[in-house]
Design a binder for this molecule. Sequence first.
Ligand SMILES: C[S@@+](CC[C@H](N)C(=O)[O-])C[C@H]1O[C@@H](n2cnc3c(N)ncnc32)[C@H](O)[C@@H]1O
Length: 466
Amino acid sequence: MKVAAIEHPRSRQEELGQFLTATPVADFMASMFGPLPRVVRLLDAGAGAGSLTAAFVSRLCGGNEGGRAIEATLYELDLDILDALSATMRECQRVCAESDIHFTFTIHSADFIQEMSARLAGDLFGTAPPAFDAAIANPPYRKISTDSAARRSLHSVGVETSNLYTGFIALIQRLLVPGGQLVGITPRSFCNGPYFRPFREDFLNHLELRRLHVFESRQAAFRDDSVLQENIIFHAVKGRNQPREIIISSSSGEPGDEITETVFPFTEIVPPHDDGKFIHIPSTASHASAKQTMDGLSSSLASLGVTVSTGRVVDFRLKDALRKKPERGTVPLLYPCHFNGGTVHWPKLEARKPNAILDNDETRPWLVPSGVYLLTKRFTSKEERRRLVACLFDPDQVKAKWIGFENHLNYFHANGHGLERSLAVGLYAFLNSTVVDQYFRRFSGHTQVNATDLRTLTYPDVLPTN
Ligand SMILES: C[S@@+](CC[C@H](N)C(=O)[O-])C[C@H]1O[C@@H](n2cnc3c(N)ncnc32)[C@H](O)[C@@H]1O
């Protein structure tokens, strides 16, 4: 759909926080909405020339969903852009009519912050705040000083924030009906830092964050305006139950480029015990390049003559054979708590876990002959920097004929025996690399690494020695 063009001097643009959304980005934003009611009350606050509403309309018209209605409400302060906005809305009406969608619009040439704050605070007698099923927004970005009218208006409805864009989002959130959806493009700055903490709290208490999209290039979304700003797009739904999982996607921002998507547990993006309520956005670009690197490797564990198994000692089944301290007739028993950086620290008498297991006819089938083994943790805590934690078991440091590996770890071996030392060291370096860690984060949103995951990885070749 055609969106009317508009030219402004740069200084005026900055005063209004006016940076218009390019059509491909607007279309992408519109594609993020989930199912909508038959009659959609749509809010476009800070509408500019109307490109976001136009994209929303194109999305619904493209869905062959005739027999529905869109009631658009648009707020725009800049008088010079109003003609362009009206022209775009008339074009929306024409396009909708062709798709059997009833489109109506109301343009308010007013200050969204002042008007909505007053209506929400009940200051304008007889004018209750409107309610919306959907909102699409690229709000203006500008710092608002403590003594500004905008700051005072926002304060009157309990919104404490120092930027126009967060003020807009906080008000839009209040105007959505339960289940109402918001797709917004904003600077990324609200995701961290102490200044935005009250805003984040307000946002996360009332909006369920369903999806985040990051642009890899700072300039991508607003190429024409050469804005240097890191932007994100989010899709959120009015409600109080954050989802278990959230989609994080990224793209370079070039038209038609590839979009990488990864699903993360919500608690990884907003850790529940973080008082700062930071919104952590992992870089999906590094996930994509990790995949490329891994795809380039041609060996498998089997071709290296290596097997990975889960530790065989299930401690509650062999309770009577476990010992807190090594003693005559026992051999070392290793748990993840014995991991100490890249090597094993054993015994660990201060740990709650046993350090030894009796070596007898009953336990021997669960033990392995001593040798060089590579160990990985099956479960890592969320606080751990890496998803995959590998360490080397060196028989020169822990002297014994047999060893027990407990069930919470995986061990790499050669047909039930230890590995050649150089191979074990190579695997150790590979498994602890950032590439493997990033690769794991791509597909395993949880913190568990099973033997099967390790078996299906690709591995580097062994260099021939001669
Ligand atoms: C970042 S631009 C985005 C425009 C349009 N939504 C788009 O995506 O192309 C923000 C718009 O908000 C308008 N604006 C700034 N302050 C406003 C206010 N207090 N009330 C209503 N509109 C405002 C600006 O004039 C500008 O057109």
